[in-house]
Design a protein around this ligand. Structure first.
Ligand SMILES: N[C@@H](CCC(=O)N[C@@H](CS)C(=O)NCC(=O)O)C(=O)O
Length: 265
């Protein structure tokens, strides 16, 4: 398997939370391509540093450097990697499937992500109000996801357009991560949630077994040991009941807070 480009390992300029860089990291990892990770901290403004602007004058991550060839857009980078490293092709041979992949990709990369980019949200926060940042991000994500839901209906398999991972998946997974960051209510987006159940756990009744176990078994156990200890210590039968409602309440709250039925799908 081709892993490196000549003697020069590929260099990826990335920020861990950047959904655009996340797309490229998925492509690199799927294809088993080794690369050097160059962290660019967006929160510290490192993307505006003159050295970084030499690589990408727009001041965005990701940037991929292959020898002396510099590419500064996630889709361009991914297409470059797909042509150069042919293992795990990212575009399906079927014309319709391929076109659906392009549509999803462009909805995410043109109609969602740029509108909720850090600089846009900061601008809204400054010029309009900090309170408007979150509703705006949620709104653009919801609009885009509504379109993608429609588009994918009848085409999905284990992944967005069948049983193999293609371009659309590389753009969708990071955008779903963004949706979790912006606390978008996902109950309407059944197809997306079925494709990426991990992102849906908190949204559609995905009670984590460990949480249930914690609330149903561990807390009562703790409570009863505490009761024994308490009554032994204080030689009193009344005192444990003073704390019991508190602890049971904590137990049931854990269930109620995390449980949300997958009603609409
Ligand atoms: N079309 C570009 C967009 C790149 C982009 O917007 N990157 C974001 C992170 S996901 C960024 O660097 N934001 C910095 C900012 O908004 O100032 C791509 O797909 O690579």
């Amino acid at each position: 398997m081709a892993t490196e480009s000549g003697d020069n390992k590929l260099k990826l300029y990335s920020y861990w939370r950047s959904s655009c860089a996340f797309r490229v990291r998925i492509a690199l990892n799927l294809k088993g391509i080794k690369y050097e990770y160059k962290a660019v901290d967006l929160l510290k403004g490192e993307h505006s540093h003159p050295d970084f602007l030499k690589l990408n004058p727009v001041g965005f991550v990701p940037v991929l450097v292959d020898g002396d060839f510099v590419i500064s857009d996630s889709l361009a980078i991914i297409m470059y990697l797909d042509d150069k490293f042919t293992q795990c092709p990212l575009l399906p041979p079927d014309l319709h499937k391929r076109t659906i992949n392009f549509q999803v990709t462009h909805i995410v990369s043109s109609s969602i992500q740029p509108l909720q980019n850090m600089s846009v949200l900061n601008y809204i926060g400054e010029k309009v109000s900090p309170d408007e940042k979150l509703p705006w991000a949620q709104r653009v994500i919801r609009t885009g996801f509504t379109a993608i839901e429609k588009l994918l209906k009848g085409h999905t398999g284990r992944y967005a357009t069948g049983d193999e991972i293609f371009l659309a998946d590389l753009f969708l997974a990071p955008q779903l991560y963004n949706a979790t960051r912006y606390n978008v209510d996902m109950v309407m987006f059944c197809t997306l949630l079925h494709l990426f159940p991990l992102f849906g756990q908190d949204w559609y009744g995905g009670i984590e077994v460990s949480e249930l176990y914690y609330s149903v078994i561990i807390l009562p156990l703790l409570f009863h040991s505490f009761r024994f200890w308490w009554s032994g210590f204080w030689m009193s039968e009344i005192s444990p009941y003073l704390v019991s409602p508190h602890i049971s309440l904590l137990g049931s709250r854990l269930i109620l807070v995390t449980y949300k039925p997958f009603a609409t799908c």
